[in-house]
Design a protein around this ligand. Structure first.
Ligand SMILES: *[C@@H]1O[C@H](CO)[C@@H](O)[C@H](O)[C@H]1NC(C)=O
Ligand SMILES: *[C@@H]1O[C@H](CO)[C@@H](O)[C@H](O)[C@H]1NC(C)=O
Length: 563
């Protein structure tokens, strides 16, 4: 957890990647911006053109965009101005809870060449929550023997704001018997503690009703109140005692609602009502009250809602055992949540090129990011594609990968590839997510027409009728479309005496050869010429072939006597 390691295994295209990263590999410093929570949508956050020292034209030509680490669209980049604007109203309490500072990391991604900038948006707190007591009325039972100076902690108060907007001050009225001391819980929270100032007397006054007011440190401050009912009890001389002061239990995050995770037990030496123990949570936060419940009589602690390791990894629960006379003891229950591999890896495609020309080498096909919300091995992922494809995966920045063609491709041997990106985590059972990208290879005119024979020999009987079909010549082209569209033509003969154009013609489309007039064997017994086949690519490619034409004799001359 928390390391920025990227391992590369022997298998070239398989990469191991740890998702919960702390360090980044970018050399540049992060850009830091700050905005108050609840700021209007559309408000200006930053000007990237200025902060990155790039022109607005360059931002838009390089398809600049902002990508948050969790892929939420909280920010919007206007590429015409370079301004980054708020795309949604941010609620600091919802985003970060009690974590401070509240930082939302994001990346600025530029293409051609691919470039990343890290950036952070700090969300500032505003005083938008009042202190709240989780109970409208709190009953405290105090034996009349309680000595002056005894303290009673009131813990069920919260303010969702942080820092100076969180709980600050308390007051109580009327204040004849108690004053309020502020107790620092050590985790930054200030709780009120009632301190007994004047001894109680059950016989004189068996109940007191007080109003406790909590104020926060905001400007202006907000406040909340609760009613405190003090019951003054007759005395009881033995307090309950827990078997252990600290209980520890490990619970897998998939444990069912309603199951008992542990049983807590305390004893009290008194008899009757003074020895009867009742269990309850003490100092319990909202999270604890939502997640657990304790059976007041048995001390069994049960699950009220599902645990989620990805949200909370451990709970420290204070438990109080109170006897019927109001005496109490405390213990602590430590609940450790165990991670289960319950999140599959996620793949987010940022950009994709579906068609690449066959002669281009190392072309960017896709840019994508992977993540897995589990931790440890459950969150460590392997990213791979099929072994037998001329494509490779490269880690680029943090959890981003690029898919590249490895070399120039040949459309004539394969015109389409389906590339499946598989991302598996290393948990047990292993969870895998796949994403398939179809890539088409577009044609380049890289093949010349090829004749079906290395030369052609055709014959025609003399005295033929004009426009006779003598034969045909054929060539093929393995490119596609106009790159494979062939036209045939006659080339000028080497023999200057031969008037080829008056003897032969060729059909440019199908290569058929015709004689143009009757031939005479006694005048011309054979002749040769070249035919060209040319495709329509740009630039066009062509080939030539030799055609030999034989004129066959006919018995068209009567014999005559020389002597
Ligand atoms: C690919 O072919 C086209 C068209 O023939 C050419 O313009 C381009 O320079 C070639 N590219 C590479 C990388 O060879
Ligand atoms: C790629 O996938 C599509 C859709 O499943 C399929 O029609 C096509 O034949 C596949 N192509 C290859 C080369 O496997």
């Amino acid at each position: 957890m928390g390391t920025g390691r990227v391992l590369i295994l022997q298998k070239r295209q398989v990469l191991v990647f740890s998702i919960l990263l702390g360090l980044s590999r970018a050399s540049t410093e992060s850009l830091r911006y700050s905005v108050a929570e609840e700021t209007e949508i559309g408000s200006f956050v930053a000007n990237l053109a200025r902060d990155l020292g790039l022109g607005v034209a360059e931002l838009s030509s390089r398809e600049a965009r902002v990508v948050s680490d969790d892929n939420k669209k909280r920010l919007l980049l206007n590429v015409l101005t370079g301004d980054v604007l708020l795309h949604e109203r941010l609620d600091r309490e919802e985003l970060c809870g009690s974590t401070q500072p509240c930082v939302l990391p994001f990346q600025v991604v530029l293409e051609n060449p691919l470039q990343f900038y890290r950036a952070e948006l700090h969300v500032r707190d505003i005083n938008d929550h009042s202190p709240t007591f989780l109970d409208k009325e709190i009953t405290i039972k105090i034996p009349e023997s309680a000595t002056v100076g005894a303290t009673f902690l009131i813990d069920n108060v919260q303010d969702l704001d942080i820092g100076s907007n969180s709980l600050r001050d308390y007051s109580i009225s009327p204040s004849h018997h108690f004053y309020v001391k502020i107790h620092d819980s050590g985790d930054g929270k200030l709780y009120p503690e009632l301190v007994l100032d004047r001894a109680l007397d059950h016989e004189e006054e068996s109940e007191l009703r007080l109003t406790l007011t909590a104020s926060d440190g905001g400007s202006p401050p907000r406040s909340g109140t609760t009613l405190i009912l003090i019951k003054v009890l007759d005395i009881n001389d033995n307090a309950p005692e827990f078997d252990q002061s600290l209980y520890e239990v490990q619970v897998p995050e998939d444990r069912l609602i309603g199951s008992t995770i542990i049983a807590i037990s305390a004893k009290d030496l008194d008899t009757g009502n003074y020895g009867k123990i009742s269990y309850s949570f003490l100092h319990a936060s909202e999270d604890i009250r939502k997640t657990f419940e304790i059976n007041p009589t048995s001390g069994n602690v049960n699950l009220r809602s599902l645990l989620d390791f990805e949200v909370i990894q451990s709970y420290s629960v204070n438990i109080q055992a109170t006897d019927g006379g109001g005496l109490s003891a405390k213990c602590t229950l430590l609940v450790k949540v165990l991670d289960i591999n319950d999140n599959a890896p996620e793949v987010t495609i940022s950009s994709i090129t579906k068609t690449i020309p066959e002669n281009a080498s190392e072309t960017l096909v896709a840019l994508f990011s992977v993540r897995d919300q589990d931790s440890g091995d459950n969150g460590r992922v392997l990213c791979s594609i099929q072994d037998d494809l001329p494509f490779l995966l490269k880690p680029t920045f943090k959890n981003f990968f690029t898919l590249l063609s490895e070399k120039a491709l040949d459309r004539e041997s394969r015109a389409e590839y389906n590339i499946t990106i598989s991302v598996s985590d290393m948990g047990s059972p292993r969870l895998t997510t796949q994403h398939t990208i179809a890539v088409q290879v577009s044609d380049i005119n890289d093949n010349a027409p090829a004749f079906t024979q290395s030369s052609y020999t055709l014959s025609v009987r003399e005295n033929n009728s004009p426009a006779l079909l003598i034969g045909s010549i054929r060539a093929t082209d393995s490119d596609s479309g106009s790159n494979a569209h062939i036209t045939y033509s006659l080339l000028p003969p080497h023999d200057q005496q031969l008037d080829l154009a008056s003897l032969i013609s060729i059909n440019a489309e199908n290569g058929q050869l015709f004689s143009l007039r009757a031939l005479d064997y006694e005048a011309l017994q054979s002749f040769e010429f070249l035919v060209a086949a040319t495709d329509q690519g740009s630039p066009a490619l062509s080939s030539q072939v030799l055609v030999r034409m034989l004129v066959l004799d006919d018995n068209d001359n009567a014999p005559f006597v020389l002597y």
